[in-house]
Design a protein around this ligand. Sequence first.
Ligand code: NAP
Length: 277
Amino acid sequence: MPSLSRAVITGASSGIGRELARQLVRDRGMTILATARRGERLEELAREFPPGRVHTLAGDLADPAFRHRLWNHAETTLGRVDLLVNNAGIGNYSEFIDQAPAPIADMVEINLVALLDLTQRAARHMKVHGGGQILQISSVLGFMGMPASAVYTATKHAVNGFTKSLRYELRGTGVRVWAACPGRTESEFRAVALGDRADVARLPRGEPAERVVRAIVRELGGRSVLFAPSWKSWAVVVLATRFPGLLSWLIGRFAVGSHVHVLRSVGTPGEGKGPGA
Ligand SMILES: NC(=O)c1ccc[n+]([C@@H]2O[C@H](COP(=O)([O-])OP(=O)(O)OC[C@H]3O[C@@H](n4cnc5c(N)ncnc54)[C@H](OP(=O)(O)O)[C@@H]3O)[C@@H](O)[C@H]2O)c1
Protein backbone atom coordinates (compact mmCIF):
# COMPACT_ATOMS: atom_id res chain seq x y z
CA MET A 1 0.00 0.00 0.00
CA PRO A 2 2.91 2.40 -0.75
CA SER A 3 0.99 5.36 -2.14
CA LEU A 4 -1.71 5.66 0.55
CA SER A 5 -0.95 8.35 3.10
CA ARG A 6 -4.07 10.49 3.72
CA ALA A 7 -7.52 9.16 4.50
CA VAL A 8 -11.03 10.32 5.31
CA ILE A 9 -12.84 7.85 7.60
CA THR A 10 -16.53 8.17 8.39
CA GLY A 11 -18.04 6.65 11.52
CA ALA A 12 -14.70 6.90 13.33
CA SER A 13 -16.19 7.38 16.81
CA SER A 14 -16.74 3.67 17.52
CA GLY A 15 -16.54 0.06 16.35
CA ILE A 16 -15.02 -0.78 12.99
CA GLY A 17 -14.39 2.86 12.01
CA ARG A 18 -12.48 3.76 15.17
CA GLU A 19 -10.39 0.60 14.88
CA LEU A 20 -9.69 1.36 11.23
CA ALA A 21 -8.57 4.84 12.19
CA ARG A 22 -6.22 3.44 14.85
CA GLN A 23 -4.67 0.80 12.62
CA LEU A 24 -4.20 3.13 9.64
CA VAL A 25 -2.49 5.81 11.75
CA ARG A 26 -0.55 3.54 14.13
CA ASP A 27 0.44 0.67 11.82
CA ARG A 28 0.46 2.32 8.37
CA GLY A 29 1.65 5.78 9.31
CA MET A 30 -1.30 7.51 7.66
CA THR A 31 -2.73 10.94 8.46
CA ILE A 32 -6.51 10.93 8.68
CA LEU A 33 -9.59 13.10 8.90
CA ALA A 34 -11.98 11.30 11.25
CA THR A 35 -15.67 12.15 11.27
CA ALA A 36 -18.83 11.15 13.16
CA ARG A 37 -21.49 13.02 15.16
CA ARG A 38 -19.85 12.51 18.58
CA GLY A 39 -17.05 15.07 18.51
CA GLU A 40 -15.79 14.26 22.00
CA ARG A 41 -15.11 10.65 20.92
CA LEU A 42 -13.18 11.94 17.90
CA GLU A 43 -11.12 14.22 20.14
CA GLU A 44 -10.29 11.26 22.40
CA LEU A 45 -9.12 9.33 19.36
CA ALA A 46 -6.99 12.26 18.18
CA ARG A 47 -5.33 12.50 21.62
CA GLU A 48 -4.03 8.92 21.25
CA PHE A 49 -1.62 10.14 18.55
CA PRO A 50 0.90 12.95 18.07
CA PRO A 51 -0.67 16.27 16.99
CA GLY A 52 -1.45 16.55 13.29
CA ARG A 53 -1.99 12.84 12.65
CA VAL A 54 -5.73 12.68 13.37
CA HIS A 55 -7.82 15.64 12.25
CA THR A 56 -11.47 15.65 13.25
CA LEU A 57 -14.73 17.13 12.05
CA ALA A 58 -17.96 16.31 13.87
CA GLY A 59 -21.29 16.35 12.08
CA ASP A 60 -24.28 14.46 10.78
CA LEU A 61 -23.76 12.64 7.48
CA ALA A 62 -27.49 12.66 6.90
CA ASP A 63 -27.14 16.40 6.24
CA PRO A 64 -26.01 17.13 2.64
CA ALA A 65 -24.57 20.48 3.75
CA PHE A 66 -22.32 18.69 6.26
CA ARG A 67 -21.12 16.27 3.57
CA HIS A 68 -20.18 19.25 1.39
CA ARG A 69 -18.36 20.87 4.32
CA LEU A 70 -16.62 17.59 5.18
CA TRP A 71 -15.15 17.14 1.73
CA ASN A 72 -14.02 20.79 1.51
CA HIS A 73 -12.43 20.40 4.94
CA ALA A 74 -10.67 17.21 3.79
CA GLU A 75 -9.19 18.97 0.76
CA THR A 76 -8.10 21.95 2.86
CA THR A 77 -6.67 19.94 5.75
CA LEU A 78 -5.19 16.91 4.01
CA GLY A 79 -4.60 18.32 0.53
CA ARG A 80 -4.59 15.20 -1.58
CA VAL A 81 -6.90 12.41 -0.27
CA ASP A 82 -5.69 8.88 -1.16
CA LEU A 83 -8.30 6.88 0.69
CA LEU A 84 -11.96 7.39 1.54
CA VAL A 85 -13.52 4.86 3.90
CA ASN A 86 -17.31 5.02 3.85
CA ASN A 87 -17.78 3.19 7.12
CA ALA A 88 -20.62 5.03 8.93
CA GLY A 89 -23.76 2.94 8.98
CA ILE A 90 -26.77 2.12 11.12
CA GLY A 91 -29.25 -0.72 11.50
CA ASN A 92 -32.70 -0.95 13.04
CA TYR A 93 -33.80 -4.44 14.07
CA SER A 94 -37.53 -4.47 13.33
CA GLU A 95 -39.91 -6.40 11.16
CA PHE A 96 -40.58 -4.17 8.14
CA ILE A 97 -44.33 -4.16 8.59
CA ASP A 98 -43.88 -2.53 12.04
CA GLN A 99 -41.00 -0.21 11.17
CA ALA A 100 -41.47 3.56 11.61
CA PRO A 101 -40.66 5.90 8.67
CA ALA A 102 -37.79 7.71 10.47
CA PRO A 103 -35.40 4.74 10.89
CA ILE A 104 -36.11 3.63 7.32
CA ALA A 105 -35.19 7.08 6.00
CA ASP A 106 -32.12 7.29 8.26
CA MET A 107 -30.76 3.93 7.08
CA VAL A 108 -31.19 4.84 3.42
CA GLU A 109 -29.65 8.30 3.92
CA ILE A 110 -26.62 7.23 5.96
CA ASN A 111 -25.87 3.75 4.60
CA LEU A 112 -26.50 4.64 0.97
CA VAL A 113 -27.12 8.30 -0.01
CA ALA A 114 -24.22 9.70 2.04
CA LEU A 115 -21.97 6.94 0.72
CA LEU A 116 -22.90 7.77 -2.90
CA ASP A 117 -22.34 11.48 -2.30
CA LEU A 118 -18.89 11.07 -0.70
CA THR A 119 -17.87 8.43 -3.26
CA GLN A 120 -18.65 10.84 -6.09
CA ARG A 121 -16.68 13.66 -4.45
CA ALA A 122 -13.73 11.33 -3.77
CA ALA A 123 -13.75 9.72 -7.24
CA ARG A 124 -13.63 13.14 -8.93
CA HIS A 125 -10.83 14.29 -6.60
CA MET A 126 -8.80 11.09 -6.99
CA LYS A 127 -9.19 10.98 -10.77
CA VAL A 128 -7.71 14.46 -11.02
CA HIS A 129 -4.89 13.55 -8.62
CA GLY A 130 -4.01 10.31 -10.42
CA GLY A 131 -5.46 7.63 -8.13
CA GLY A 132 -6.55 6.41 -4.74
CA GLN A 133 -8.93 3.99 -3.07
CA ILE A 134 -12.57 4.21 -2.06
CA LEU A 135 -13.45 1.54 0.48
CA GLN A 136 -17.08 0.87 1.38
CA ILE A 137 -17.79 -0.97 4.61
CA SER A 138 -20.65 -3.14 3.43
CA SER A 139 -21.77 -6.46 4.96
CA VAL A 140 -22.38 -10.12 4.29
CA LEU A 141 -26.00 -8.91 4.25
CA GLY A 142 -25.15 -7.46 0.83
CA PHE A 143 -25.33 -11.07 -0.39
CA MET A 144 -28.30 -12.52 1.45
CA GLY A 145 -31.62 -11.77 3.13
CA MET A 146 -32.19 -11.47 6.90
CA PRO A 147 -35.44 -11.17 8.82
CA ALA A 148 -35.88 -8.04 10.97
CA SER A 149 -33.23 -6.30 8.85
CA ALA A 150 -34.93 -5.91 5.46
CA VAL A 151 -34.16 -2.23 4.82
CA TYR A 152 -30.62 -2.47 6.20
CA THR A 153 -30.06 -5.51 3.95
CA ALA A 154 -31.43 -3.57 0.98
CA THR A 155 -28.92 -0.75 1.57
CA LYS A 156 -26.00 -3.20 1.68
CA HIS A 157 -27.15 -4.96 -1.52
CA ALA A 158 -27.27 -1.50 -3.11
CA VAL A 159 -23.73 -0.73 -1.91
CA ASN A 160 -22.40 -3.99 -3.37
CA GLY A 161 -24.16 -3.47 -6.72
CA PHE A 162 -22.99 0.14 -6.87
CA THR A 163 -19.39 -0.85 -6.10
CA LYS A 164 -19.31 -3.65 -8.69
CA SER A 165 -20.65 -1.26 -11.35
CA LEU A 166 -18.53 1.79 -10.51
CA ARG A 167 -15.29 -0.15 -10.74
CA TYR A 168 -15.85 -0.52 -14.51
CA GLU A 169 -16.32 3.23 -14.86
CA LEU A 170 -13.13 3.90 -12.90
CA ARG A 171 -10.94 1.53 -14.92
CA GLY A 172 -7.81 3.27 -16.13
CA THR A 173 -8.14 6.18 -13.67
CA GLY A 174 -5.98 4.65 -10.93
CA VAL A 175 -8.96 4.76 -8.55
CA ARG A 176 -9.89 1.45 -6.94
CA VAL A 177 -13.36 1.13 -5.46
CA TRP A 178 -14.09 -1.93 -3.34
CA ALA A 179 -16.24 -3.12 -0.48
CA ALA A 180 -15.38 -5.06 2.66
CA CYS A 181 -18.24 -7.32 3.76
CA PRO A 182 -17.90 -8.30 7.42
CA GLY A 183 -20.22 -10.63 9.26
CA ARG A 184 -21.37 -9.97 12.81
CA THR A 185 -18.66 -7.85 14.50
CA GLU A 186 -18.36 -6.53 18.06
CA SER A 187 -19.21 -2.81 18.05
CA GLU A 188 -22.03 -0.48 19.08
CA PHE A 189 -24.00 -1.48 16.00
CA ARG A 190 -26.40 -3.85 17.75
CA ALA A 191 -27.11 -1.43 20.61
CA VAL A 192 -28.05 1.19 18.03
CA ALA A 193 -30.10 -1.28 15.97
CA LEU A 194 -31.97 -2.45 19.07
CA GLY A 195 -32.53 1.07 20.42
CA ASP A 196 -34.45 1.00 23.67
CA ARG A 197 -34.49 -2.82 23.64
CA ALA A 198 -30.68 -3.14 23.85
CA ASP A 199 -30.60 -4.06 27.55
CA VAL A 200 -33.05 -6.91 27.26
CA ALA A 201 -32.34 -8.58 23.93
CA ARG A 202 -29.65 -11.26 24.10
CA LEU A 203 -28.07 -11.91 20.70
CA PRO A 204 -24.88 -13.90 19.93
CA ARG A 205 -21.52 -12.12 20.10
CA GLY A 206 -19.66 -11.10 16.96
CA GLU A 207 -16.03 -11.27 15.88
CA PRO A 208 -13.57 -8.78 17.45
CA ALA A 209 -13.40 -5.54 15.45
CA GLU A 210 -9.61 -5.52 15.83
CA ARG A 211 -9.27 -8.80 13.88
CA VAL A 212 -11.82 -7.89 11.21
CA VAL A 213 -10.14 -4.53 10.64
CA ARG A 214 -6.66 -6.09 10.45
CA ALA A 215 -7.84 -8.21 7.50
CA ILE A 216 -9.44 -5.18 5.82
CA VAL A 217 -6.27 -3.09 6.21
CA ARG A 218 -4.20 -5.92 4.73
CA GLU A 219 -6.53 -6.01 1.72
CA LEU A 220 -5.73 -2.36 0.94
CA GLY A 221 -2.77 -3.94 -0.83
CA GLY A 222 -4.99 -6.43 -2.67
CA ARG A 223 -7.30 -6.40 -5.68
CA SER A 224 -10.66 -7.63 -4.36
CA VAL A 225 -13.88 -5.93 -5.34
CA LEU A 226 -16.06 -7.53 -2.65
CA PHE A 227 -13.92 -8.76 0.24
CA ALA A 228 -14.91 -11.05 3.12
CA PRO A 229 -12.57 -10.19 6.04
CA SER A 230 -12.78 -13.46 7.99
CA TRP A 231 -13.34 -17.14 7.35
CA LYS A 232 -16.85 -16.84 8.84
CA SER A 233 -17.86 -14.02 6.51
CA TRP A 234 -16.17 -15.84 3.62
CA ALA A 235 -18.19 -19.00 4.40
CA VAL A 236 -21.43 -16.98 4.43
CA VAL A 237 -20.58 -15.37 1.08
CA VAL A 238 -19.75 -18.78 -0.43
CA LEU A 239 -23.05 -20.18 0.83
CA ALA A 240 -24.98 -17.16 -0.46
CA THR A 241 -23.41 -17.22 -3.91
CA ARG A 242 -22.92 -20.99 -4.51
CA PHE A 243 -25.62 -22.60 -2.36
CA PRO A 244 -28.38 -19.99 -2.02
CA GLY A 245 -31.08 -22.63 -1.47
CA LEU A 246 -29.18 -24.12 1.46
CA LEU A 247 -28.52 -20.70 3.00
CA SER A 248 -32.16 -19.74 2.58
CA TRP A 249 -33.19 -22.95 4.35
CA LEU A 250 -30.71 -22.26 7.19
CA ILE A 251 -31.97 -18.67 7.65
CA GLY A 252 -35.58 -19.80 7.57
CA ARG A 253 -34.87 -22.63 10.01
CA PHE A 254 -32.55 -20.87 12.49
CA ALA A 255 -32.58 -17.07 12.04
CA VAL A 256 -36.35 -16.76 11.83
CA GLY A 257 -36.69 -19.04 14.82
CA SER A 258 -34.11 -17.25 16.99
CA HIS A 259 -33.38 -13.69 15.77
CA VAL A 260 -36.99 -12.71 15.20
CA HIS A 261 -38.15 -14.59 18.26
CA VAL A 262 -35.69 -12.64 20.45
CA LEU A 263 -36.87 -9.36 18.95
CA ARG A 264 -40.54 -10.21 19.29
CA SER A 265 -39.97 -11.20 22.90
CA VAL A 266 -38.65 -7.73 23.82
CA GLY A 267 -41.57 -5.81 22.40
CA THR A 268 -42.25 -2.81 20.22
CA PRO A 269 -39.28 -1.44 18.29
CA GLY A 270 -37.81 1.92 19.27
CA GLU A 271 -36.58 4.37 16.71
CA GLY A 272 -32.99 3.04 16.80
CA LYS A 273 -31.54 6.51 16.24
CA GLY A 274 -28.19 5.85 17.88
CA PRO A 275 -26.37 7.41 20.78
CA GLY A 276 -25.32 10.55 19.00
CA ALA A 277 -28.68 11.46 17.46
N1 NAP B 1 -21.08 -4.68 13.62
C1 NAP B 1 -21.49 -5.54 12.72
O1 NAP B 1 -21.92 -6.68 13.05
C2 NAP B 1 -21.37 -5.20 11.25
C3 NAP B 1 -21.42 -6.24 10.31
C4 NAP B 1 -21.32 -5.93 8.96
C5 NAP B 1 -21.18 -4.62 8.56
N2 NAP B 1 -21.15 -3.62 9.48
C6 NAP B 1 -21.02 -2.23 9.00
O2 NAP B 1 -19.87 -1.67 9.57
C7 NAP B 1 -20.01 -0.25 9.58
C8 NAP B 1 -19.59 0.28 10.95
O3 NAP B 1 -20.51 -0.21 11.92
P1 NAP B 1 -20.04 -0.66 13.38
O4 NAP B 1 -20.38 -2.09 13.51
O5 NAP B 1 -18.68 -0.21 13.67
O6 NAP B 1 -21.14 0.15 14.25
P2 NAP B 1 -20.99 1.31 15.33
O7 NAP B 1 -20.02 0.94 16.38
O8 NAP B 1 -22.39 1.62 15.73
O9 NAP B 1 -20.38 2.53 14.48
C9 NAP B 1 -21.16 3.26 13.57
C10 NAP B 1 -20.47 4.59 13.28
O10 NAP B 1 -21.28 5.33 12.35
C11 NAP B 1 -21.42 6.64 12.84
N3 NAP B 1 -22.69 7.22 12.42
C12 NAP B 1 -23.92 6.69 12.58
N4 NAP B 1 -24.86 7.56 12.15
C13 NAP B 1 -24.20 8.66 11.72
C14 NAP B 1 -24.61 9.90 11.18
N5 NAP B 1 -25.90 10.21 11.01
N6 NAP B 1 -23.67 10.81 10.84
C15 NAP B 1 -22.36 10.53 11.04
N7 NAP B 1 -21.90 9.37 11.54
C16 NAP B 1 -22.81 8.45 11.88
C17 NAP B 1 -21.36 6.50 14.37
O11 NAP B 1 -20.91 7.71 14.95
P3 NAP B 1 -21.82 8.73 15.80
O12 NAP B 1 -22.89 7.94 16.50
O13 NAP B 1 -20.84 9.37 16.73
O14 NAP B 1 -22.34 9.67 14.78
C18 NAP B 1 -20.29 5.43 14.52
O15 NAP B 1 -19.02 6.01 14.51
C19 NAP B 1 -21.47 0.04 9.22
O16 NAP B 1 -21.55 0.45 7.87
C20 NAP B 1 -22.15 -1.30 9.39
O17 NAP B 1 -23.27 -1.43 8.54
C21 NAP B 1 -21.24 -3.88 10.82
